[in-house]
Design a protein around this ligand. Structure first.
Ligand SMILES: [Zn+2]
Length: 53
């Protein structure tokens, strides 16, 4: 068993840490739906969207 810390990766877009549980360890972003898509814009995508429900 590998220590879970060995799976910790740093997001290439926002520098958040995330767990890459994939075998290929090919993930580069904390979330493909946010930083993955927003990487081109080089913007922080963790802001809460739709705050008004
Ligand atoms: Zn990120």
């Amino acid at each position: 068993m590998q220590p879970i810390l060995s799976k910790v990766q740093e997001c290439g877009a926002c520098s958040w840490l995330f767990l890459d549980l994939s075998r290929s360890k090919s993930r580069r972003w904390c979330s493909m739906a946010t930083c993955g898509n927003g990487a081109k814009a080089q913007r922080h995508y963790h802001a809460v969207r739709g705050a008004t429900d």
